[in-house]
Design a protein around this ligand. Structure first.
Ligand code: S3P
Length: 445
């Protein structure tokens, strides 16, 4: 999905206490996977709570282009009739994933196990992101890469393998996207495909594959890692999925409530999978009041209600091994760190450089234009918290939804308003962000 040339700027201002209960949209990672696994299953899958953001809608379109029947049945309720493992049809046009690395990379894995050729494309942000990390293991499994952009970037033509080979693959970085691409290709391979990660990344693909009937086992590897073994050629059966609320989206109202004095908010059904909740751990270490209600689960994914109250925060050191469990949350953590008292050091953030934008540079810029001292030292980010933020800056979004939302959160408690140059990309992951924040009491205009 492409955005119109006219940018949508917005300003946020110091707001009264935030109050109320909200349910942020469905988890983006789970929404992509539900559509893809539904499409690779035999029979019908019913997904409720699907994130209807642009990223996920692009994956839905891709599944249709590859032969699955995908229908919207009501608000956030979708039905998928799958083609079975290895059953994707040759698409007639390029698959356009817009801004979404997850959609693009996971579907590359799924296509690699089918005897078809597909062209993968995306917007300027996605065209700038590395794809070799996905293509390398898929080639080892028998897929062939045709034409690509510079350095293996999009647009990429990928031909899947007629007889995929199961492999044992050690991921070079902790990335659920690499792991998932190999596992999805491995579905079509006879025998056992193994992925070894030195540091565990989010395990939604593994949990959901099990839910759809695959034989998949995850064991500890070393101190922080995992070894995942998948038996190929399973028959996946359509299944029902309830998508929990996205903790990465919940992060924005959570940090907003912590920094706006007097706030007290509740968030329903937030996913609490421990491989996604590094931000909550870190915020609690900083002194945040985040209470978790009773935990319930669906398809192996836990969720709970969270109550968040404004809190006095202090700077902390965030260890590098926590990065995979909060990789998308450093931008908004940096906002919390700016309002804290003392220095926050976030270690091991190399992967932030290859997200929707160079988030390491963008985070430092976002803080500096608003009067906060921030330094990048190697792969670490150091933020000097002074208990308040001067604000008054204009933040560049760089086609990155999370920069826009983080900067707007910052403005809610800054001394002077904070402006972002373009809010259009918020629609990729959190289409109702602005009305939802306003309903809680945020001043955005
Ligand atoms: C995701 C994995 C992460 C994350 C992205 C979603 C996923 O990327 O940043 O927003 O759903 O698998 P990496 O696996 O490349 O770290």
């Amino acid at each position: 999905m492409t955005h119109s040339a006219s940018a949508m700027p917005l300003e946020s201002r110091a707001s009264g206490p935030l109050n109320g209960r909200v349910r942020v949209p469905g988890d983006k990672s789970i929404s992509h996977r539900a559509l893809i696994l539904g499409a690779l299953s035999v029979g019908e899958s019913r997904i409720s709570g699907l994130l209807e953001g642009e990223d996920v809608l692009n994956t839905a379109k891709a599944m249709r282009a590859l032969g699955a029947k995908v229908e919207r049945r009501g608000d956030f309720v979708w039905k998928v009739d799958g083609v079975g493992v290895g059953g994707f049809a040759q698409p007639h046009n390029a698959l356009d994933f817009g801004n979404s690395g997850t959609g693009c990379r996971l579907v590359m894995g799924a296509v690699a196990g089918c005897p078809i050729t597909a062209v993968f494309d995306g917007d300027a942000s996605l065209r700038s992101r590395p794809m070799r990390r996905i293509l390398d293991p898929l080639e080892l499994m028998g897929a062939r890469t045709g034409e690509t952009g510079e350095g293996g970037r999009l647009p990429v033509t990928l031909s899947g393998a007629r007889y995929p080979v199961p492999i044992t693959y050690r991921t070079p970085v902790a990335s659920a996207q690499i792991k998932s691409a190999v596992l999805l290709a491995g579905l079509s391979a006879p025998g056992v495909t193994t992925v070894i990660e030195q540091e565990a990344s989010r395990d939604h693909t593994e949990l959901m594959l099990k839910h759809f009937g695959a034989d998949i086992v995850s064991a500890r590897e070393g101190t922080h890692g995992r070894r995942i073994t998948l038996t190929g050629e399973p028959e996946l059966h359509g299944a029902d999925i309830v998508v929990p609320a996205d903790p990465s989206s919940a992060a924005f109202p959570i940090v907003a409530a912590l920094i706006v004095e007097g706030s007290d908010i509740a968030l329903s059904d937030v996913m609490t999978n421990p491989l996604r909740t590094g931000l909550f751990t870190t915020l609690r270490e900083m002194g945040a009041s985040i209470e978790e209600g009773e935990v319930r689960g669906d398809a192996g994914e836990p969720m709970a209600q969270l109550r968040v109250r404004a809190s006095r925060l202090r700077g902390v050191e965030v260890p590098p091994e926590r990065a995979p469990s909060m990789i998308d949350e450093y931008l908004v953590l940096a906002v919390a760190a700016a309002f804290a008292e003392g220095t926050t050091i976030m270690r091991g953030l190399r992967e932030l450089r290859v997200k929707e934008s160079d988030r390491l540079a963008a985070t430092a810029d976002m803080l500096r234009v608003n009067g906060v001292e921030a330094e990048i030292a190697g792969d670490d980010l150091i933020v000097e918290g002074r208990g308040h933020v001067p604000g008054g800056g204009l933040v560049g979004t760089h086609m990155d939804h999370r920069i826009a939302m983080s900067a707007l959160v910052m403005g809610l408690a800054a001394d002077k308003p904070v402006k972002v140059d373009d809010t259009a990309f918020i629609a990729t992951s959190f289409p109702d962000f602005i009305p939802m924040m306003r309903a809680l009491g945020a001043e955005l205009s």
